[in-house]
Design a binder for this molecule. Structure first.
Ligand code: CAA
Length: 379
């Protein structure tokens, strides 16, 4: 039967659940209201090894397998999806590309502090006019003595303003199209990296998302990630793992919506009995559970393939597409089951409904996942 977890995976999942419910969950509603970034929680997650889970211990990480990371992320998202996206971005699209493409020196300098949680990181691919069509990015990297100067604008940057090292894609050769894009490790702690004000988002309100202006931002020669022209490979390779992470985030949110709905269906009385005894509510609950079970298998399967070093582009995109679309639907049904109370900030499902909505958009929209799946199948 799949999945069969090892004792270590179960221990990591349970430790993540305990921490999520005792330390993250209690303040989540207040942080949603205030927008306060959960700095202290992130520090604790770093100490637990959760910010560089698959990074070897020699580089400051926990050195666990990818499925363990996904199980932990799901539990964190169950408590607070804002914390989960911060954790996911640090692991999947900051640490992972540096681990995969970085030189030994880059791993020592950048990966160690990121994986141990000393500093947070992120990923600067998207621009105001280049979202789904990532290869249309315009940020320019110009060669100067000792390195590169980056100029341009980056949009929707998770961990902007709270993170330091960002895997950043910029155009090094404007005449070479997609092969003229390179990846860099950008240190945001400099005057040339201007972080905008945090976006006023519908959900994930305590995670930080900003516009970034790059104004002659300096990257030293030895902070190019991979070879010149490797930028999209670095970016899209990282996004394969990132998409499994976002699917796990959606899974955690959806499981919470399910559990809240079950509790409410047992407690709320209408027409003389708990609403869970009405067949229409039962239909919702049964279909929500069916979607959850199917999504969970897709997410764990994609994670297991990635851990095994197998190509997982289709599986990652499929897991993200199905899980995030299902999660949005599950949270919508959860609000419906709660009736008027589901529309009130006093009930958790209202936040889940807002938090889940972005999961079909970021790290590749559902439309892009369909495109990725179909293109691979047709190859
Ligand atoms: N792994 C490794 N390399 C890959 C790859 C993968 N999965 N997919 C493509 N590549 C490589 C290709 O092989 C190609 O290199 P070669 O020419 O040397 O073979 C190069 O990357 C370019 O690939 P394509 O020609 O396929 O590129 P494209 O322009 O046609 O890509 C697209 C189209 C798949 C839709 C892509 O633009 C895409 O995924 N868009 C969505 C962008 C996205 O997901 N953004 C998320 C932003 S990050 C975020 O949201 C994080 C956050 O804060 C939460």
């Amino acid at each position: 039967m799949f999945p069969v977890f090892t004792d270590d995976q179960i221990a990591i999942r349970d430790a993540a659940r305990d921490f999520a419910m005792s330390e993250i969950d209690p303040g989540a509603a207040a942080r949603d209201a205030s927008g306060e970034f959960p700095q202290a929680i992130l520090k604790q997650l770093g100490e637990m090894g959760f910010l560089g889970m698959t990074v070897p211990e020699a580089y400051g990480g926990a050195g666990v397998d990818f499925l363990s990371y996904i199980l932990a992320l799901e539990q964190v998202a169950y408590a607070d999806a804002s914390v989960a996206v911060t954790m996911s971005v640090n692991n999947s699209v900051a640490c992972a590309p540096i681990l995969a493409f970085g030189t030994e020196a880059q791993k020592q300098t950048y990966l160690k502090p990121l994986a141990s949680g000393d500093v947070l990181g992120g990923f600067m691919l998207t621009e105001p006019d280049a979202g789904s069509d990532a290869a249309a990015l315009k940020t320019r990297a110009t060669k100067v003595d000792g390195g590169w100067r980056l100029n341009g604008a980056k949009a929707w940057i998770t961990n902007g303003g709270v993170g330091r090292y960002f895997v950043t894609m910029a155009r090094t050769d404007p005449d070479k199209g997609k092969k003229g894009i390179s990846a860099f490790i950008l240190d945001a702690d400099q005057a040339g990296v201007v972080m905008g004000r945090p976006e006023e988002k519908m959900g994930l309100r305590s995670s930080k998302t900003v516009m970034v202006a790059l104004e002659d931002a300096f990257v030293p020669e030895d902070a190019m990630l991979g070879k010149p022209g490797d930028g999209l490979k670095v970016a899209f390779g990282g996004l394969d793992g990132g998409r499994i992470g976002i699917a796990a985030q959606a899974l955690g949110i959806a499981q919470r919506a399910m559990d809240e709905s079950l509790a409410y269906a047992k407690a709320r009385i209408s027409f003389g009995k708990p609403i869970g005894e009405h067949q229409m509510i039962q239909t919702y609950l049964a279909e929500m559970e069916a979607h959850l079970q199917a999504a969970r298998l897709l997410v764990y399967r994609a994670a297991a393939l990635k851990e095994a070093g197998k190509a997982c582009t289709v599986e990652a995109a499929t897991a993200k597409l199905f899980t995030t679309e299902s999660a949005v639907w599950i949270c919508d049904r959860a609000v419906q089951i709660h009736g008027g109370y589901g529309y009130s900030r006093e009930y958790l499902v209202e936040r889940l409904y807002r938090d889940v909505r972005v999961t079909t958009i970021y790290e590749g929209t559902s439309e892009i996942q369909r495109m990725v799946i179909a293109r691979e199948l047709l190859k």
